[in-house]
Design a protein around this ligand. Structure first.
Ligand code: NAP
Length: 286
């Protein structure tokens, strides 16, 4: 797989999103481990997770622990794998997602993620979502302190608007490594953030790049242009979507979620799918 850059790290152009393996509807652990191992076999070196990727209230960090287990049982060197986790979102167990961006909380969350991942420093730590009750600079200031202390190697943010991206980069002293926002054929309203990341040479990680867990299978049904390009190329519409996202900018690194070896293998093949300028223009306009 060709490589892209996140801060000072080189990663395969397609990453793996861990969320479907830990929230409602997740598969058993054996299938999840097989999925992560299939991703590594295919050249994936970016795995996205979060402490909030769990189902029940008592199992915070389910996905982080799963990824740590999959890496430790892989049987080959995984030192090049960048595990990107997040803090600042919580799941109280009633299906809702809440926020806590207070510096004290973020520090405790990061310490707990370090333990679960079994590392001395987290490769990429992302502030999951702005907390309306805490000034953004205070939350990002906590991430900066973790960076300065060496508890995290790189700092990222998620669900941020252009002003927040600039503010975060200032608070971090120019060390913002990544922005993770929703972006897919269905959801394109993060284009201003994507363009800003391109200008700033900051990695942009589209989340739900296939439209989300419950919509991904229907991507071709919902988007005729993606289905038609896929049929002409003899590939899946999901591959076309990921290749189209990769074509938007060299800073883009999609993180399709997966809970089956077959789907992540199919997604990885998007890294080798070169769309023509005509195809890209058609998909842009779709
Ligand atoms: N920062 C945030 O606020 C935020 C929010 C949401 C998600 N995320 C991150 O972004 C990642 C991706 O988003 P997502 O998981 O919500 O949605 P997604 O990537 O758009 O869709 C995930 C679903 O796509 C299916 N899929 C994957 N590759 C496929 C292929 N080649 N062909 C057909 N189906 C395919 C998978 O099915 P199977 O399960 O059957 O394999 C999976 O359940 C998450 O896992 C998480 O790491 C971040």
């Amino acid at each position: 797989m060709h490589l892209r850059r996140i801060g000072d790290a080189k990663v395969g152009a397609i990453g793996l999103g861990g969320m479907p393996m830990s929230i409602e509807g997740r598969p058993d652990e054996a299938r999840s481990i097989a999925t992560i191992h299939a991703a590594l076999d295919a050249g994936v070196t970016l795995v996205d997770t979060a402490d909030a990727y769990h189902r029940d209230a008592h199992e915070v960090g389910h996905n982080e622990a799963l990824i740590a287990k999959a890496l430790s049982t892989y049987g080959s060197d995984t030192s090049e794998v960048l595990v990107a986790t997040k803090g600042g979102h919580l799941r109280p167990g009633d299906g809702s997602w809440t926020q806590n961006g207070s510096p004290d909380y973020l520090r405790r969350a990061c310490e707990a993620s370090l333990m679960r991942l079994g590392v001395e420093a987290i490769g990429l730590y992302q502030f999951h979502r702005p907390d309306p009750d805490v000034p953004y600079a205070e939350s990002v200031g906590a991430i900066r302190d973790l960076l300065d202390e060496g508890k995290i190697r790189m700092a990222g943010i998620s669900n941020a608007d252009p002003d927040q991206i600039r503010e975060a980069n200032d608070v971090l002293g120019g060390r913002l490594a990544s922005v993770q926002n929703q972006f897919s054929p269905t959801f394109r309203s993060s284009e201003p953030e994507l363009r800003l990341c391109h200008e700033m040479d900051v990695a942009f990680l589209p989340w739900s790049p296939l439209g989300g867990i419950s919509n991904a299978a229907e991507l071709g049904g919902r988007h005729a242009a993606f289905r038609e390009v896929a049929e002409a190329r003899g590939v899946s519409p999901q591959q076309v979507a990921l290749a189209w996202e990769l074509a938007t900018s060299p800073v883009v690194v999609p993180i399709p979620g997966s809970s089956r070896p077959d789907t992540i293998r199919d997604s990885v093949a998007a890294a080798d799918l070169q769309l023509t300028a005509e195809e890209i223009a058609r998909l842009d306009a779709a």
